[in-house]
Design a protein around this ligand. Structure first.
Ligand code: S3P
Length: 180
């Protein structure tokens, strides 16, 4: 069986990091959190980098790191940043480098409830974060769908259930051994 490689995409607050962490633990696979790895590489927080260098520079660094990880062999659970699907090159890298890509889908209203007090996400530091989330959802929903082979609705289920849903899809795809 080839090494299990899967990636999680979705808007900020959709649960990519949390689900990724628990999925990796459950399947005993190495976890890479793209934003966290980027912050290590950049030597600063994403918010700070956005402020100092701008979004385009951030996207270039994000694309370079994603290409590197996609080309790296070996098992991996990758949680991405919400904008990782914006560039065509990234959508291809996700599909080609990870095979199993999950879109954790949520409504802008649910995301807003989860992120109202967040101060780390540069794109949401605006007067009306809910309107921004609605706009991001409108623009990106088709891009997440294009990058992913599975859409997981995150509205009601608990994190534990979401992890089960992803793990079950991986089993059915033959990407991890079935649990007996
Ligand atoms: C971004 C989402 C963030 C981070 C950066 C840009 C986006 O990641 O990569 O702030 O464009 O949606 P999360 O989805 O983990 O918040």
């Amino acid at each position: 069986m080839p090494p299990t490689r899967c990636a999680l995409v979705g808007l900020p607050g959709s649960g990519k990091s949390t689900v990724g962490r628990q999925l990796a633990r459950r399947l005993q696979l190495p976890l890479v959190d793209l934003d966290q790895r980027l912050e290590e590489v950049l030597g600063t927080s994403i918010r700070q980098y956005f402020e100092e260098c701008g979004e385009d520079a951030f996207r270039d660094r994000e694309q370079a790191l994603l290409a590197e990880l996609a080309a790296e062999p070996g098992p991996m659970v990758l949680s991405t940043g919400g904008g990782a699907v914006l560039r065509q090159a990234n959508r291809s890298a996700l599909r080609q480098g990870f095979g199993q890509v999950f879109y954790l889908r949520a409504t802008p209203e649910d995301l807003w409830r989860r992120l109202r007090h967040d101060q780390t996400r540069p794109l949401l530091q605006v007067d009306n974060p809910l309107a921004r989330l609605r706009e991001l959802h409108r623009v990106r929903d088709p891009l997440y769908r294009e990058a992913a082979n599975y859409v997981i609705e995150t509205g009601r289920p608990t994190v534990h259930t979401l992890v089960n849903m992803v793990a079950m899809q991986l089993e059915m795809a033959g990407a991890v051994p079935a649990r007996t």
